[in-house]
Design a protein around this ligand. Sequence first.
Ligand code: BGC
Length: 448
Amino acid sequence: MAIIQFPENMKWGTATASYQIEGATNEGGRGPSIWDTFSATPGRVLNGDSGEIACDSYHRYEEDVAIMKDLGIDFYRFSVAWPRIFPTGTGEVNQEGLNYYHRLVDSLLENGIEPMVTLYHWDLPQALQDKGGWDNRETIDAFVTYSEVMFKEFGSKVKKWITFNEPWCVSFLSNFIGVHAPGNRDLQLAVNIAHHLHVAHGRSVQKFRALGLDGEIGFAPNTTWLEPFSNKQEDIDACRRGVGEFVEWFFDPVFKGSYPQFLVDWYATKGVTVPILDGDMKEIQQPIDFVGINYYTGSVARYKENHGNLDIEEVDMGYEKTDIGWNIYPEGFYNVLTYITEQYGEVPIYITENGSCYNDEPGLDGRVRDDRRTNYLKQHLTALKRSMDSGVNIKGYITWSLLDNFEWAEGYSKRFGIVFVNYRTLERIKKDSFYWYKQTIRNNWFDV
Ligand code: BGC
């Protein structure tokens, strides 16, 4: 047995995102987002599911806050639906949208839970997509205006801000691999979009500073770790590209004001270039207060000619997998965290997402015995502690997710919550992992 003890100032939390939990897509003056459109397109989301009702948190947020209070978390990470604030992306602010988030934030604060707000967790107003979405630089201006409205409106109550959740997913997954909204398959488009997200991030950070608000701002890229299958140079290079597309591509511009040359050269061989305008890199390289790290999985990989955009393939090593088919790979968590610290210094880090998909349902006694999720959490928190002992500057940990919810292209078929949601009755049931996490938060340690 080993005791894994965390420092006294460690902060604990859980996370959700607007489209995944709110429902009420046609209420409160909300305009349509690209995820409403995508879900309504046959073949895009499993079983034709959509976020129309989701967990109905728009109406049940008080119940959810009570669950969080019981859990004993320090902070709750949620996202704001841009189309609730600007139904068509620009123009008039929708007061009803602001009111909803005031009710939520007030309820959190009354219950001693600090809000951490993500401005963009993928629900782009459809009206902006109709004009080219993130490929159009006008969307950058629209985002900066939206973020400024949010900073002004909530700056006195919200002290932790995240501009973008997982810009890799917004760009590469949604516009090259095409499995998320808007579902394009075009590498140049993905690279354009990644660049525009960077610029939007930098400008939004500048706005935050210009307003003189106290509080912290950062972004939340998704990370992974790939271990070369062999010590052949081609496998090592392939893994470097694979990790680089998640890490360097999104960290270098922000921390160094440039793109990683080895990947710029690689994309050039595919005829793809970054559409950098004068002044962009300076705007992107704004000091940030923390970086949010999302980590779920990693793998062993090797070179494979003409495979995807990076000539790399994953090798199935027979690792145990979660119910979404992702390897359980806690070493990757440790490796990527120490790698980031080596590359970018001891930047303060919040783990803004880490969690697992297990589809356990309530037993006859109503209890959800999701021991596999507890195990996953134990393994990843142990890897996290290992990284902290190795000098990674971890400020807090947030597990994904508070609730089972709309898992994007997988619809409701994949459950990531520490709280079970019955999608017919919308009843919430705390899973065994919820009680384990609650105890861990209370103790600030656990044993393995
Ligand atoms: C996203 C979440 C998602 C989770 C599990 C992350 O990519 O930020 O919205 O539900 O991973 O797939």
